[in-house]
Design a protein around this ligand. Structure first.
Ligand code: H2B
Length: 98
């Protein structure tokens, strides 16, 4: 099982991910980002591609889609906090969105 990130690893990951729009979720050991697409088909197509990786890695996002917007929160429920899996999925989401 993935373990919560050590403080220095966590800080470095947050610094890196803040460069692409990820931010810490207030009051919770999680990160969040809002993705905006051209339309619903683009948004849902991206969600579908992300879902395949999420299933492959057995690590799933909390997300909410309204038309062309997808609000994402990442945290590892089994660890009650951020792990390397969240960082990996965040980077995959970014890569698939460009
Ligand atoms: C039983 C199953 O392996 C677990 O519930 C997995 C599934 N997907 C998951 N996704 C996330 N984000 N956190 C988890 O702890 C988690 N655990």
């Amino acid at each position: 099982m993935a373990e919560k990130l050590a403080p220095d690893t966590r800080a470095a990951a947050l610094t890196e991910l803040s460069g692409t729009g990820w931010a810490e979720t207030p009051g919770r050991d999680a990160i969040a980002k809002t993705f905006r697409f051209a339309n619903f088909v683009e948004a849902f197509g991206w969600m579908t591609r992300v879902a395949i990786w999420a299933e492959k890695w057995n690590h799933h996002p909390e997300w909410r889609n309204v038309y062309a917007t997808v609000e994402v929160t990442l945290s590892t429920h089994d660890a009650a906090g951020l792990t390397e899996l969240d960082v990996k999925l965040a980077k995959k989401m970014d890569a698939l969105s460009t």
